[in-house]
Design a protein around this ligand. Sequence first.
Ligand SMILES: [Zn+2]
Length: 263
Amino acid sequence: MQFDSILTVLQEIAPLEYAESWDNVGLLAGHRGRSISSVMTCLTLTSTTLQEAIDERAELIVCHHPIPFKPLSKITSDTTTGKLLLDAIEAGVAIYSPHTAWDNAQTGINQQLAEMIGLTSIKPLQVFSLPKSIDETVGVGRYGIASGSKDSIGKLLQRIQATIPSIEPRHTHRLEHLVSKIGIVCGSGGSMLALVASRGCDAMLTGEATYHQCLEAESLGIAMIMIGHHASESFAMKSLSSQLQAKMPSLRVVSSQREVSRF
Ligand SMILES: [Zn+2]
């Protein structure tokens, strides 16, 4: 399979123009001319997931979190990032990251989380301004109305556990607390509290938020529900793998089985 055809399909699923301007997305290391027969998806490139990709004979890792993320002036084994990049390149494993393009995409992480907890009237928290997109179904985060117009925090968490059984959630307010309009920001979403508040939400579901962001949420009357950074995103790397496999049946696509995290 030609590398470029795989990149084209990845960009159909998560168009790179949907990524935030500060992000570093797309092909981050690799020879575009190479032929690829096997791909592995994972949340983060680590020594564990790299070794798994090598064992799976994957020539391309699609990892949600970009590596490198910030510009590097040296690539040496003196740093964790440098060592991972060197090891991947020496093993012939290319690296692609969709990151915020996948967070924001039409079938991306935030949309999947919103559907998972049964929201209706789902919309982006912030629609992209032109020329990024004229499609009002894509944008930053999501928000929507709880099923039956009100739901308890406990009920929302039960629905998530149907898909992500291992979560160890943390939340402000009690489990019986009822909420109706819920903002969704996967990963480290605490910094998006003001955007969630601007949409009139009374709850926010995210991966992680700081103590002070939780206090701010409480003062705004917003219930903060945190399911863990890994849990809020890693399920979607499995669904990305399925979407890629469905569009490219002759390609071998696997998602990481060894990547686990409780935070
Ligand atoms: Zn993340």
